[in-house]
Every structure is written in structure tokens, then in C-alpha cells.
Design a protein around this ligand. Structure first.
Ligand SMILES: Cc1ncc(COP(=O)(O)O)c(C=O)c1O
Length: 395
């Protein structure tokens, strides 16, 4: 029989979806489930954004458009990045894609050759190592450890760079730890990238969901604009996951390379989504700060109460909307905690190994349910976990 290309066997999926599928089965059986597994905001886009997409469709804005994105959106993104992140970029340095993930895939396809090495954080978004392998390259991880408040160790990164290293990826705030890399770490990464002539892919999708201070992009550091590709999108900051809207920011010759890939694959991002995205960037109703304030409230509530439950420990994340919870002291493997929480407590979280080997003793909970549901989840976790002492001893 004709064979599927071998690169497919190199790819892996996302753990959240398996838990989500089981949670849905339990719901069909009539069980109550609190969903903390997917990284999908429970908010929806602000009303003016919804009005804008309606108007765009009514006006016939549903045609093939420029492969790299409609010019008004590209220039709105450049303005937005200047306003919110102090980046000096021109609209010619922006390319629109259907989702941040697609922008990531385009950047990786454009920069990585077979047999190259790609350095990425562990734990992190599972697509980084998966897609690296899919391109015939080698993913090499650096650890984000609890004892370092989940900041990377620059000496470890330096020790992993070889003549084959081509790209260094980081994601700040990080999914799943919520860590915002310090200025010192970002400067250190920049120095390593310059010294070894590496590309940096900076996944800034959570840049707006920040609980302290202002976002500092690696792009602004001396000599970094020419070797950095920023990827970002509308899924998290504007609660527009299903709209499939993301973008890449890079030097023009890189954008031209990505554009060639767009031309050879999806042709363009939906015109009406792009028109409405301009409205989202204006944020005329201040939806983004309101959403971030709500995430902060949820974070404070969840982390504080969870830390009081024996067996669980969690540092308050500085950004994004995840709690990365150490469950070592429950005496049970994380997969078993994931199973018991789902099957017995009706709380869906994900065992941390889905984000890399460093996640072995962790669970990720997405704080994407209302505060009263988080309270209920915590009560359920406390109730069910009281029995675990006996389970761990019996093992
Ligand atoms: C770190 C990170 N990068 C990229 C993405 C993908 O975003 P999008 O839905 O816009 O493709 C996600 C989504 O969960 C993410 O967590």
C-alpha cells in the first residue's frame, strides 16, 4: 500500500485534547465537569469586533486578498505593537496568518533545515519540538525549573548550543508555567543568539496577559531585530481563538520568505476576520484590561486556595492564564492525579508531561472558568484528595 510520508510519524499532538474528549464523554453520561484543560479563554470578542465582522461580511469583504494580509491590518498591527510594546516596526515587517500557530509553522519552515538543532524550553507549547522533528531537525530542550522560579539557566542554554544550532525558541509569558522571563535572561539569550548567529523565535502570544509591569520584547535589544521573528495573534489577548488570526513580525526578507509559503499553502487569511481584527486592536471598550483584571483575580483565588490543600503547591504566575501545579507531595504520579481529578472530582486539568519531561510532577490548570467555578473546583479537589494518602500508601 502507498505510504504516508515519514515526517508525519515525527509529529505529536496536544495532551489537552485527549482530556477534553474524555471530559465530554463524562458530561454525556450526566456528570458535572469543570473544564480547566484547554487554553481557551471563556470570554468572547468585544461587541464592536462582532459588529465589525458582521458588517464586513454584509459588505462583501469575503474575497481572496493579499497573501501577507490586508494593508490596513498590517499597519494597525505595527501601530499596536508600538503602542503596547514599544516596537518600532513597519507594516512591511508584518505578515498575517490564520492563527499564531500557523505563523509559528511558517517561521519554522522558513528558518529550519533538516539536521539543524532547535533549542526550546521544557516545559512549553508541545508544538515546538513536534514541528521541529517534522522538519527533520533535532529539538534540544532547556529546563524551566521550579527552584529557579521557572526562569531558564543561561549556562545550560549556552552548553546546548552546537555548530548545528539554528534557532532558539522562547515563549514569555510561558505556557504552561506563566513565567515572564526577566530582563537579565532576555539580554542573556540575545547575547547567545548574536554570539552564535542564531535566529530567535519569540512567541509573544501571552504578552498582553501580564500581571506586573510592561512587556519587554527581545526585538528591542541591540542587534536583535535582524535575527528575531515575533509570533503573536488574537486568540488569547482578544479572546478570538476560533477566528484563526495570528501574525509574524520580522525583517522584510524573512517576511518575503513566509509570504512565499503562504502563497504555496493557504493563499490568505479570511478577509472579514482581518477587517474585524482592526477593530479588536483599537479595543474601544477596554476589553483587554478588563479581561486581564479578571484573570488576575482568578489567579489570586486559585493559587492561594490550592496552596492550602495538602499535596499541591503552586507559584503565582506573572502572566498568561495557567496554574502550573506541583503534585509530587500527593505521592501519586501526575497521570493518576489527572485521572482521579477528572473521573472522581469532575475537574479537568492536564498532566504536565504533555508539555515536556520537566512537567513530570505537575498538572496544568487553565484559569478559564469563572471564579465561582474555580472555587467549586478547589472544593472538589480538596474533597477527593483527602483519600489519596491511603492510595499512595497502598501503591
Ligand atoms: C505558547 C502558544 N503559542 C501559540 C499558540 C497558538 O495560538 P493560536 O490559537 O493563535 O494558533 C498557543 C495556543 O495555545 C500557545 O499556548
Amino acid at each position: 500500500m502507498a505510504k504516508i510520508a515519514s515526517r508525519i510519524s515525527q509529529l505529536t499532538g496536544e495532551g489537552a485534547l485527549a482530556v477534553f474528549t474524555r471530559a465530554k464523554e463524562l458530561e454525556k453520561e450526566g456528570r458535572s465537569i469543570i473544564h480547566l484543560e484547554l487554553g481557551e479563554p471563556d470570554f468572547h470578542p468585544a461587541a464592536p469586533v462582532v459588529d465589525a465582522v458582521r458588517a464586513a461580511v454584509a459588505e462583501g469583504r469575503d474575497r481572496y486578498v493579499a497573501t501577507r494580509g490586508i494593508p490596513p491590518l498590517r499597519s494597525a498591527i505595527a501601530d499596536y505593537l508600538k503602542r503596547t510594546r514599544n516596537l518600532q516596526v513597519e507594516s512591511e515587517q508584518v505578515l498575517v496568518a490564520p492563527g499564531c500557530k500557523m505563523a509559528l509553522a511558517l517561521a519554522m519552515m522558513a528558518l529550519i533545515e533538516p539536521a539543524d538543532e532547535v533549542i526550546y524550553p521544557d516545559p512549553s507549547f508541545p508544538i515546538y519540538p513536534s514541528f521541529t522533528r517534522g522538519l527533520g531537525a533535532r529539538p534540544i530542550s532547556y529546563a524551566l525549573r521550579e527552584k529557579n522560579r521557572f526562569q531558564p539557566d543561561l549556562a545550560e542554554i549556552a552548553g546546548k548550543i552546537t555548530p548545528k544550532t539554528k534557532v532558539l525558541i522562547f515563549n514569555s509569558p510561558n505556557n504552561p508555567t506563566g513565567t515572564v522571563f526577566t530582563q537579565e535572561i532576555i539580554a542573556g539569550i540575545a547575547e547567545l543568539a548574536k554570539k552564535h548567529d542564531l535566529w530567535v523565535i519569540a512567541d509573544e502570544i501571552y504578552a498582553r496577559i501580564l500581571f506586573n509591569g510592561e512587556y519587554k520584547s527581545i526585538w528591542v535589544l541591540p542587534g536583535m531585530a535582524e535575527r528575531t521573528v515575533i509570533i503573536d495573534g488574537f486568540s488569547k489577548s482578544f479572546a478570538m481563538t476560533g477566528w484563526r488570526l495570528g501574525y509574524a513580525v520580522a525583517q522584510k526578507h524573512v517576511i518575503n520568505a513566509l509570504d512565499m509559503l503562504v502563497l504555496n499553502t493557504f493563499t490568505c487569511t479570511a478577509e472579514f476576520s482581518q477587517v474585524a481584527a482592526i477593530e479588536a486592536l483599537k479595543d474601544s471598550t477596554n476589553a483587554v484590561p478588563a479581561m486581564v483584571a479578571e484573570y488576575r483575580k482568578r489567579r489570586d483565588l486559585f493559587v492561594e486556595k490550592l496552596n492550602r490543600i495538602p499535596g499541591f503547591r503552586c507559584q503565582a504566575p506573572d502572566g498568561a492564564f495557567y496554574a502550573w501545579v506541583n503534585i509530587e507531595d500527593t505521592g501519586l504520579p501526575a497521570m493518576e492525579v489527572q485521572r482521579l481529578l477528572l473521573e472522581e472530582a469532575g475537574v479537568a486539568g492536564i498532566a504536565g508531561a504533555a508539555f515536556g519531561a520537566e512537567g513530570e510532577n505537575y498538572l496544568r490548570f487553565s484559569l478559564v472558568s469563572a471564579a465561582h467555578l474555580l472555587e467549586e473546583a478547589l472544593e472538589r479537589i480538596e474533597r477527593v484528595s483527602k483519600r489519596w494518602g491511603q492510595l499512595a500508601v497502598a501503591r
